[in-house]
Design a protein around this ligand. Sequence first.
Ligand code: HEC
Length: 288
Amino acid sequence: MSKLMNRAVASFWLGAVALVPMQALAAEGHGPEIERQRWSFGGFRGQFDTAQLQRGFQVYEKVCSNCHGLSRIYFRNLVQGGGPQFPEASVKALAASWPNKITDGPNDEGNMFERPAGLPDPILGPYKNEKQARANQNGAYPPDLSLIVKARTVERNPSWWTHPFLMLGDIFSSYQEGGADYLYGLLTGYSDPPEGVTVADGMSYNKAFAGHQLAMPQPLQDDSVEYQDGTPKTLDNYARDVTAFLAWAADPSLDQRKRIGWQVMLYLLVTTVLLYLGKKRVWSSIKH
Ligand code: HEC
């Protein structure tokens, strides 16, 4: 047998031997099961639902902002198109009364000072820095939620040979809502620990969280927040709405991007037809 052939056979067997433990790992290390949800902004054409974003912001404001910041979103973003689109006057009033003040300065005496927020200011959480947050939360750090939906996803642990097919399926269905599915799963995933599992002091059991124990106490229950538009005040709705809002916060131009995407496709289609007709005409006098 030639040297090359020998090498090919050797790599085949090496590959085969390496795959067996990989498959065992994939089957074993399975993370928590998180169901996929239907989102108005999912798929190729999905768009945010303005009313849902407004309710979601309300949940963030009343509950999550007690511990988490949203510092990459500015009050003015809440007024802009593609987002919750609150009236400007009410956002101004909200910013002015936001409990977490903006540090500004230095003033004429050279000192930093605090002032109320306005439209151009970020939506700050209650803590000045990570150290202060940890000192107030038993050592745990409530992360800024601006990009949390992009920073998390749902892990699937199929056997290695189904993985490529599932991946292709996700590409063709344009699945990008892993972060939203995770967040919804986390907010609705609190329960008593199963038999035989002890939860450490100050921790809560959550089926969606890796390791199942996290330092955030269950933030939402039925009736946590007063909705103005008559939407039922259930944990499920709160979780769904605040997730949609945070998905917008992590990707504020999604609506516009998808709309332009379709316009570009249409434009390219028309251009293709025109170019084809033009080509036929230009070459029509030449025999071939
Ligand atoms: C009482 C304070 C508190 C409130 C209120 C709160 N959180 Fe948290 N949150 C925490 C802490 C503390 C952590 C860090 C948990 C850890 O590291 O174990 C955390 C972590 C998180 C995480 C990260 C989980 C991960 O995968 O790492 C998300 C997402 C989150 N919170 C979302 C929310 C949302 C949405 C709300 C509002 C509905 C909310 N939180 C309300 C304290 C809070």
